[in-house]
Design a protein around this ligand. Structure first.
Ligand SMILES: [Zn+2]
Length: 334
């Protein structure tokens, strides 16, 4: 099934002001599951400035922050008693409560640190593990209540470049009756893949990428990390939960392994001058579970957004760095 990794090369030729011919390559890659295309483009050497929020952190912390103590205990909403008798869900330093402005039938916010801001290098395994465990407990409670199919995901906008509107570290749990576009495409294509090839897509991807090695980063326990062949961003990491396809399959050890892997990915981001990212843990029942992490950046003197008409209007990922280069960079931290 090597043919599932399809590329198309386009060469663009033109002349510099002195009449010298220049040829540059655009590599178009097709996702092995969905067929969606993305482009590995010529790297103009963009100047990434890591964002600094120390001044903003001072202005937005303590009584100005809804997630700092004492506001966290006195001003946050509570779930109905049918979800949890305590109104909120706690695990270690993590607390899950309802989003005042929900995006789905169930939408939890998980605050997982007393600190108003945590730099990327300072997220501990315990903080990350407990945050995911608290989210998992919330999803399990909703799973017991709902007879119909639900689409749970645990999401993270880290820092404002990623769409995060609060500096205080928090996750968002979305549990919807309707799959998002990404989820519905992934489920539909996974089912076709299994019926066409007789193997689960992520099982295939795990075996194939481990054997090829080019996009393989490493694994801890049942959690394996690699870069995607057809990236949706300048880096695009995926973690496969091997042999898991429901919220009750995930163990504490799995979350510890996710957290250890995340620490390595964070180091790979820092090495590139990246800080902000979007992350989603997709729990696709009866299909598979995986994490996707894509860093977000602004660049140049104008603080230009990394998303332009390609991503927004054409739904086409762009990257200046090949997935193989990013995997090699991240591999040394595993
Ligand atoms: Zn805060």
């Amino acid at each position: 099934m090597d043919s599932l990794f399809q590329t198309h090369i386009e060469l663009s030729s033109f002349y510099d002001p002195n009449g010298n011919k220049i040829t540059r390559k655009t590599e178009i890659r097709y996702d092995p599951l969905t067929g969606e295309s993305s482009r590995v483009v010529y790297d103009p050497g963009i100047n990434i400035t890591p964002p600094q929020y120390s001044n903003n952190a001072k202005q937005t912390s303590a009584t100005n922050c809804p997630f700092c103590l004492p506001n966290l205990t006195s001003k946050t909403p509570t779930f109905s008693k049918t979800i949890t008798p305590d109104g909120q869900i706690n695990h270690g330093d993590a607390t899950v409560f309802p989003n005042l402005y929900p995006y789905s039938k169930y939408n939890g916010i998980a605050i997982f640190s007393k600190d108003h801001i945590i730099e990327l290098e300072n997220f501990t395994v315990e903080l990350l593990r407990d945050a995911f465990l608290a989210c998992q407990t919330f999803i399990k409670k909703v799973r017991k209540l709902e007879v119909n199919r639900i689409y749970p995901s645990i999401n993270w906008n880290y820092l404002p470049y990623s769409g995060g509107s609060q500096l205080h570290p928090h996750l968002q749990v979305i549990i919807s009756e309707s799959a998002t576009n990404y989820q519905s495409l992934f489920i539909r294509k996974s089912r076709s893949f299994t019926s066409n090839h007789g193997v689960d897509y992520l099982d295939f991807l795990y075996e194939k990428e481990r054997q090829l090695g080019k996009r393989w980063i490493g694994e801890h326990g049942q959690i394996a990390w690699l870069t995607t062949f057809s990236p949706k961003g300048h880096n695009d990491f995926i973690a496969i939960f091997r042999g898991k396809n429901s919220i009750t399959d995930i163990t504490t050890e799995d979350w510890t392994n996710v957290a250890v892997g995340l620490q390595a990915i964070f180091k790979a981001l820092i090495e590139q001058g990246l800080r902000a990212f979007n992350l989603a843990v997709h729990i696709l029942e009866e299909t598979s579970i995986h994490v996707r992490l894509i860093p977000r950046l602004n660049f140049g003197e104008l603080n230009t957004s990394d998303f332009n008409y390609f991503q927004v209007m054409h739904d086409e990922g762009l990257t200046y760095k090949s997935p193989e280069m990013v995997a090699e960079l991240a591999r040394k931290y595993f």
